[in-house]
Design a protein around this ligand. Structure first.
Ligand code: GSH
Length: 239
């Protein structure tokens, strides 16, 4: 049985990591049985979650995990896509995961005291009080350095939201009235988009990015469709 290692769930979403949600959603969409296990980044082969353990192998990074799953269990979601559709799907995933992600990290770990309080409670709340604050401050500093190192953190706050909002517009425009991003059936791009969008729309982390995403109605409708079909254990309707 495939073992999926990810953060313990918080908030009313499958995971606070867009990449963990993406991987779990892929497994569900591809109908591959798996077990959920909870872990922290230092336990992961590359120091980041998610990773999987299957047939004696550990595979880290959602991209390599999905490549492995396709090679091992068959490409159940994307094989019908043409070469140019596959190229578009990959480019959209990279936009979501390598750019929009950093705006989400800025919102979560950045300036807002209220957002930081909520992030801290959600991620470090279960730690013993004595070490909680020290670790939280250390990880926050590291995350802010990552946002700076990636480059997005060097922009003004307005510019960061502007860039993120442009990407949300691109996602909304590309989805249009389709049930899924690549048409009628779910593909890996849907898993990637769902992972990021629920981490913007359905977390108690407030920002102009979230407000903007909420106003793009087809994105919320898409997330609710995926949730209804693949996460029936989450009963509450999200708005
Ligand atoms: N490219 C990786 C990204 C994974 C990633 O960035 N995971 C974050 C959580 S969203 C993490 O574990 N961060 C821990 C750290 O940076 O220390 C993937 O697709 O899995």
């Amino acid at each position: 049985m495939i073992k999926l290692y990810q953060f313990a769930p918080v908030w009313e979403i499958p995971n606070l990591s867009p990449f963990c949600v993406k991987t779990e959603t892929y497994l569900r969409m591809a109908n591959l049985p798996y077990e959920r296990h909870y872990a922290l980044p230092p336990q992961a082969p590359k120091g980041k979650l998610p990773f999987i353990h299957d047939s004696g192998r550990k595979i880290a990074d959602s991209r390599f995990i999905i490549e492995y799953l396709k090679e091992t269990y068959g490409d159940k979601l994307d094989q019908h896509l043409s070469v140019s559709q596959q190229a578009i799907s990959m480019a959209m995933q990279r936009m979501i995961e390598d750019d929009l992600y950093w705006a989400v990290m800025y919102v979560r770990w950045g300036k807002s005291d209220a957002n930081w309080r909520e992030t801290k409670r959600a991620i470090f709340g279960i730690m013993p009080a004595g070490i909680r604050d020290l670790i939280a401050v250390y990880v926050r500093r590291q995350m802010r350095q990552q946002v700076w190192g990636q480059g997005l953190g060097r922009h003004s706050e307005d510019e960061i939201y502007h860039v993120g909002q442009q990407e949300l517009t691109a996602l909304s425009d590309f989805l249009g009235n389709n049930p899924h991003f690549m048409g009628d059936t779910p593909t890996t791009l849907d898993a990637s988009a769902f992972g990021m969008l629920v981490n913007i729309l359905w977390c108690p982390i407030e920002s102009p990015l979230k407000e903007y995403a909420k106003a793009l109605n087809n994105l919320s409708a898409f997330c609710n469709r995926v949730k209804q079909e693949y996460y029936s254990e989450y009963e509450v309707e999200n708005n």
